[in-house]
Design a protein around this ligand. Structure first.
Ligand SMILES: NC(=O)c1ccc[n+]([C@@H]2O[C@H](COP(=O)([O-])OP(=O)(O)OC[C@H]3O[C@@H](n4cnc5c(N)ncnc54)[C@H](O)[C@@H]3O)[C@@H](O)[C@H]2O)c1
Length: 324
């Protein structure tokens, strides 16, 4: 039995706990949350002990791996403590609010040669593999990414200092896919929507996230790209990536691939299971197809942070190709 601990007991932790509980060779060995009621609620569903903080979970011992499912602002200490116990680690995106924290964690994982994975489950969509096959030998010449959605129902999301904003927190899935299908990005220029202030001043002064952003990107292979994000809507409207290559247009969402505007290929719906299964395989020392270990997610995180910085500074940001 592989014994997994979970830090953070919110929405995404519940999803991973459900998937992991469905594996016959995995046990949820304990769940920690700074809100003990949340820890207790999720732990009791899985017959596991609940802890008020991650240190208590780690001190209880007997773990083979740990999932870190905390909000963006809470990354850093949980990962540091998990790694100091020499345990394989699964981390939810985004990796952190800043680059320094994520780089410190990446270097610790590398030094200890520990298995790692990040929750970029889109990489495990079977339609992504089909898109790659359709594009074989045809470099992408244009990429259009979208995340046009509502504000997610978590208390910390609208506060920029807690979530990092929509590009870092949500569109990072689309950016990760763009890096896979198009390549590394060398320049970004993001423009946030300007708005009239309320009585408390403009949203950015109040520390809230931008409600809409448009960005231009340049990929190392020469393709230009666009990214549009908005959280002004009442429901998820358009989330995904379109790419054009010689003689072909592909439109990918989390559920389907549209080829040349007419042929629809539905995804098999197994990506959220595969992302956990492959990590568990790696923990067990088996052949594993972990598509986004921590170091790979760090490259996507750098891109998202560069876009966020560009929007704040109102000017283009160059990405260091040595890091790509
Ligand atoms: N990969 C995906 O598809 C996907 C989907 C949803 C959420 N997420 C990511 O997962 C993260 C969490 O999102 P969520 O919706 O579960 O949020 P949430 O607010 O529902 O849950 C987060 C939990 O972490 C707890 N927490 C905060 N700081 C902590 C700490 N230091 N130690 C232990 N627990 C702590 C909170 O009390 C809360 O219960 C976000 O970064 C989000 O982007 C990823």
């Amino acid at each position: 039995m592989t014994r997994v601990g979970i830090i953070g007991a919110g929405n995404i932790a519940a999803r991973h706990a459900d998937v992991l509980s469905g594996f016959p060779d995995v046990t949820i060995a304990g769940i920690a949350d700074t809100d003990p009621h949340r820890a207790e609620a999720l732990a009791s569903k899985h017959g596991a002990p609940a802890y008020g903080g991650h240190a208590d979970l780690l001190n209880a011992g007997g773990l083979d791996a740990v999932y870190v499912c905390v909000p963006p602002f809470a990354h850093g200490n949980p990962e540091r403590d998990v790694l100091s116990c020499n345990l394989p680690i699964f981390v939810e995106k985004p990796l952190s609010l800043d680059l320094q924290t994520a780089e410190m964690i990446a270097s610790e994982i590398e030094q200890r040669s520990l298995p790692s994975a990040v929750g970029h489950h889109w990489r495990y969509l079977d339609i992504v593999q089909q898109a790659r096959d359709l594009l074989a030998g045809r470099p992408v010449r244009l990429a259009l990414g979208h995340w046009l959605d509502k504000v997610p129902p978590v208390s910390w999301w609208l506060d920029r200092t807690m979530s990092g904003g929509q590009i870092v927190e949500q569109a990072v899935h689309v950016l990760d896919l763009a890096r896979l299908l198009v390549g590394e990005v060398t320049m970004v220029h993001a423009v946030p929507a300007e708005e009239e202030g309320s009585a408390d001043g403009p949203r950015e002064v109040r520390g809230e996230v931008d409600r809409a952003t448009a960005a231009v990107m340049r990929f190392a292979g020469g393709a230009p790209g666009l990214l549009a994000t908005s959280c002004l809507l009442t429901r998820k409207h358009r989330v995904g990536l379109e790419v054009c290559a010689d003689g072909i247009a592909l439109e990918l969402s989390e559920t389907r691939l549209l080829v040349d505007g007419e042929r629809v290929i539905e995804d098999d719906g197994q990506a959220k299971m595969r992302v956990d299964r492959e990590f568990v395989n790696a923990v067990q020392g088996k052949d594993a197809d972990v598509r986004v270990p921590y170091g790979e997610a760090l490259r996507t995180h750098r891109l998202a942070l560069a876009l966020a910085r560009s929007a704040v500074e109102r000017k283009p940001v160059m990405l260091d190709e040595h890091h790509s």
